[in-house]
Design a protein around this ligand. Structure first.
Ligand SMILES: Cc1cc2nc3c(=O)[nH]c(=O)nc-3n(C[C@H](O)[C@H](O)[C@H](O)COP(=O)(O)OP(=O)(O)OC[C@H]3O[C@@H](n4cnc5c(N)ncnc54)[C@H](O)[C@@H]3O)c2cc1C
Length: 511
């Protein structure tokens, strides 16, 4: 059987690229290892609760009248109005051990106001900081547009934009583009508490502020404040299902419980795929929705390609995974003092230091990331109950070294520490737990099949930031659309996959 395109993996990147290809009349086959679409974009049930696997806040949606780029994309796919979107009121709430609490509204003016009120001695610094963040975002948009418009010869933008001219045209980008979040926050602020109120998105990228590119923090802050964070009724599984339907309705095929086993290469060119059942398909192009590591080393297995891939990927490190408790409570959130959906609970104001504990098994010092989905959508679980996820970022390696017996013991010990730490903040939570399920880095390895259970792909630190993702394909007719070659996250991946398809279609047009 021949397909125009074979997409490997029905995660966010895979689904978005396959939907766009199918909508453009291409004959598409998607191979997915799991029995449902979505990858990280899935939900699961325990008792009377449905738990969200990954999505806390969807970015780039914007409003109906003033749509952000993701809403525009969902319109193109015809799924925007099939889904009930839920705006989230606050970006996050910071909780410190001495009882300090501060939530940040999802609006620039309001955020400036609450922070200036809380830290009056840093008022001017706060205003200057927001000016810089939004200036950075604005210049990035202009720079990206300039790049997109210079479609001519490769490198044209570099020739026309000398170093001096770049500094003049994009002063904020030039000054802050390659600096870490910590460096920039130290430049602006004295107060460590204030810094924590502004840097929380480090946990969405899985690197501590000293390694977290300020470029990504600035973009995240400006995008979430402008387009607002969103959730949706039914959880991220609903988007995945809707995209899967777009694919099937446009004659695409998704095979579940059937991963890709091998990518067939002839004379240095991809010509087809073998699935786990041994079926062989020929195709023009393979779009990989999985890591370049698995693509090159597990699926291609050609000595030359492996040597080149080893060299090409040598500068990249597999990123962090997560330890998460999925908790169904038999009480509403206010009963235990939950007010904001997304909370960061710190054991210390030095979050760079606290992050070091991610390399250990137990979450005794790590920042606890806690989301209560019921705050913004009270219908997410039966009346009078609530759904919470709470956990910390953890590297996969120490978990991979455990024996089976050690694994179960460690998993429940770690979950118990998380509940104890929640209990300090939300008194009585333990006695209201009706259901609990625990996911570790090994769970992510099992269900997502990513190396070391990485949830954000490669480490998204300064070295592999927006400017240096390993996007080049080392072999003809193979391309990538997933969180390993792009900023991780739902919105970024749906959109990046769409841009990958635009490029593929325009190449077809140029043939
Ligand atoms: C706990 C957690 C919390 C997160 N929180 C957020 C958040 O709040 N906001 C946000 O924007 N992002 C968040 N993310 C990150 C976001 O979910 C990911 O960056 C994004 O989903 C990655 O998409 P992807 O396309 O790379 O692949 P994934 O969603 O990881 O999917 C990969 C798919 O490929 C399949 N697969 C693997 N190997 C094969 C094979 N050989 N053959 C066929 N199929 C295969 C897997 O089964 C899976 O379905 C979170 C992730 C996790 C896990």
């Amino acid at each position: 059987m021949h397909y125009d395109y074979i997409v490997i993996g029905a995660g966010n990147g895979g689904l978005s690229s396959a939907a766009k290809l199918a909508l453009n009349g291409k004959k598409v086959l998607v191979l997915e290892k799991h029995n449902i679409p979505g990858g990280c974009g899935t939900t699961f049930r325990r008792g009377r609760f449905e738990f969200e696997v990954a999505l806390h806040q969807l970015s780039s949606m914007g409003s109906l009248e003033n749509p952000g780029p993701l809403r525009e994309l969902f319109r193109q796919y015809g799924i925007e109005d099939k889904i009930e979107w839920v705006p989230i009121k606050s970006l996050f709430k910071i909780n410190l051990p001495d009882g300090f609490e501060q939530s940040l509204p999802a609006d620039r003016k309001e955020a400036e106001e609450v922070l200036c009120k809380r830290f009056p001695e840093e008022k001017q610094n706060i205003l200057n900081y927001f000016e810089t963040v939004f200036g950075f975002d604005c210049e990035t948009e202009r720079f990206l547009k300039m790049q997109a418009d210079s479609t001519g010869e490769p490198g044209a933008i570099r020739k026309s934009l000398t170093k001096t001219l770049f500094r003049r045209k994009f002063p904020v980008l030039a000054k802050y583009g390659l600096r870490s979040t910590q460096e920039v926050l130290d430049e602006f602020f004295q107060s460590k508490e204030l810094q924590l109120c502004l840097n929380a998105y480090w946990c969405f990228m899985g690197v501590p502020p000293e390694r977290f590119p300020f470029s990504i923090l600035a973009r995240c802050t400006a995008i979430y404040m402008t387009d607002k964070p969103y959730y949706l009724k039914g959880g991220s599984q609903v988007i995945s299902q809707a995209l899967a339907e777009v694919i099937s309705e446009n004659n695409g095929i998704i095979k579940y419980n059937c991963g890709a086993e091998e990518i067939i290469v002839e004379n240095g060119t991809v010509v087809g795929v073998v699935d786990e059942e041994g079926n062989e398909y020929s195709c023009d192009i393979v779009v990989s929705g999985i890591s370049p590591i698995d693509t090159y080393f597990k699926l291609i297995r050609q000595e030359n390609t492996m040597i080149n891939a080893k060299e090409y990927l040598s500068g990249y490190k597999v990123g962090i995974s997560a330890l998460t408790c999925f908790i169904g409570l038999d009480c509403p959130p206010e009963k235990i003092g939950f007010t904001d959906s997304f909370n960061l609970i710190y054991a210390d104001t030095d979050c760079n230091e606290a992050f070091q504990n991610s390399y250990n098994l137990m979450p005794d010092k790590d920042p606890i990331i806690t989301t209560c989905y019921t705050i913004d959508d009270p219908t997410v679980s039966p009346p009078g109950t609530s759904v919470i996820t709470a956990g910390s970022l953890k590297y996969g390696k120490p978990w991979m070294e455990l024996s089976i017996d050690e694994y179960y013991e460690t998993k429940y010990k770690a979950a118990n520490i998380i509940i104890n730490r929640l209990e300090e903040k939300f008194h009585g939570i333990r006695s209201h737990i009706e259901e609990i399920e625990v996911a570790t880095p090994l769970t992510h390895m099992r269900y997502l099949n990513h190396p070391e259970g990485a949830i954000y792909g490669f480490e998204q630190d300064l070295k592999s930031s927006v400017y240096f993702f390993p996007r080049e394909s080392l072999i003809k007719n193979l391309t990538f659309a997933n969180g390993w070659v792009n900023i991780c996250g739902f919105g970024p991946n749906y959109m990046y996959a769409s841009s990958v398809v635009d490029e593929l279609l325009s190449k077809e047009g140029r043939k």
